[in-house]
Design a protein around this ligand. Structure first.
Ligand code: RIB
Length: 311
């Protein structure tokens, strides 16, 4: 079973050139989508075949209803998503040439109490997986990671968005961390530009206390590190439509395969294929592939590899 503790946001997405200071621009299009890093990761894990429960907070508003309905549609257990006396979280997203810029107003996502985390994880057991990120209060993240490790769960932290002054203790309760390039630099002081710097950054992440690391490197793909072994997983050559939720898909997909008993590197390869599909589509949760789509893409990369070996 996968538990995802994190944010639910309604995403307000404008496809536009990003305005300069003091400038007003007219967007090419505007749409709303269901998002939030936590919710996207839960949707990915459930769509990709795992029993998944979301622990989150929404407001008693239309956005909250829509965000909960979105979880239900994807097959996520949303009974631990509670309505709190605040507006639902929202994200303002600018998409320009496929890349995004995001500003999040957490609102209800910050209305957690530690007692409620204990209740939400009451049924969790050894071998279950806890995924969390940083769009909710760090103290809640720390408490949940501690409780999860006490129960023998596997913990995955997506350290996004990068939060300054994160309690250092957090990392000792993290089995797998998945920072992107910016987050890697903020956490380690090293920009993972090449093999040497990737290895140095991984060493620093281990020194913080995590057991395994996956660095997502945008157009360069991803790197997964376990002990002394660092494996590069190349990105495919695809048309980028919108990168929103690609990292979230990766995390949910990784957990889904680990939950099904696959080894770390295979799970990362599958996660990379799933994330690449997300990039070819608009929106957040809506852009996450089904299990059949992700499996098909994964098989294709395996065939590609066999072909290259035989050439
Ligand atoms: O990772 C993408 C997500 O970040 C968006 O859905 C937005 O809500 C922000 O949380």
């Amino acid at each position: 079973m996968i538990y995802v503790l994190g944010s639910l946001n309604l995403d307000y997405v404008a496809r536009t050139r990003v305005p300069k200071r003091g400038e007003t621009v007219l967007a090419d299009s505007f749409e709303t989508f269901c998002g939030g890093k936590g919710a996207n990761q839960a949707v990915a894990a459930a769509k990709l075949g795992c029993k998944t429960a979301m622990i989150g907070r929404v407001g008693a508003d239309d956005a909250g209803k829509r965000l909960k309905a979105n979880l239900c549609t994807a097959g996520v257990d949303e009974s631990r998503v509670l309505e709190k006396g605040a507006d639902s979280g929202l994200a303002m997203i600018w998409v320009e040439s496929g890349d995004n810029r995001i500003v999040v107003a957490p609102n209800a996502n910050f209305r957690f109490e530690t007692r409620e985390i204990d209740e939400a994880l009451a049924d969790a057991k050894e071998g279950d997986i806890l995924i969390t990120q940083l769009e909710i209060p760090p103290a809640i993240v720390l408490h949940a990671l501690k409780s999860a490790k006490a129960k023998g769960m596997v913990t995955i932290l997506d350290p996004a968005p990068a939060v300054p002054d994160l309690p250092a203790e957090i990392f000792s309760f993290v089995d797998i961390i998945k920072p992107n390039e910016t987050e890697t630099e903020i956490l380690t002081g090293i920009n993972p530009t090449d093999e040497v710097h990737i290895a140095l950054a991984v060493k620093k992440l281990y020194a913080l206390g995590v057991t395994k690391a996956v660095l997502s490197l945008g157009k360069r793909g991803a790197v997964c590190a376990e002990g002394q072994t660092i494996t590069l997983i190349e990105a495919q050559n695809i048309k980028v439509v919108d990168t929103t939720a690609a990292g979230d898909t990766f995390v949910g997909a990784l957990a889904s395969k680990l939950g099904a008993g696959f080894d770390f590197v295979t799970a990362c390869r599958f996660a990379n294929c799933a994330a690449q599909i997300t990039i070819t589509r608009k929106g957040a949760a809506e852009s996450i592939p089904t299990l059949a789509e992700a499996e098909e893409a994964f098989e294709l990369t395996k065939n590609e590899k066999r072909k290259t070996k035989n050439d």
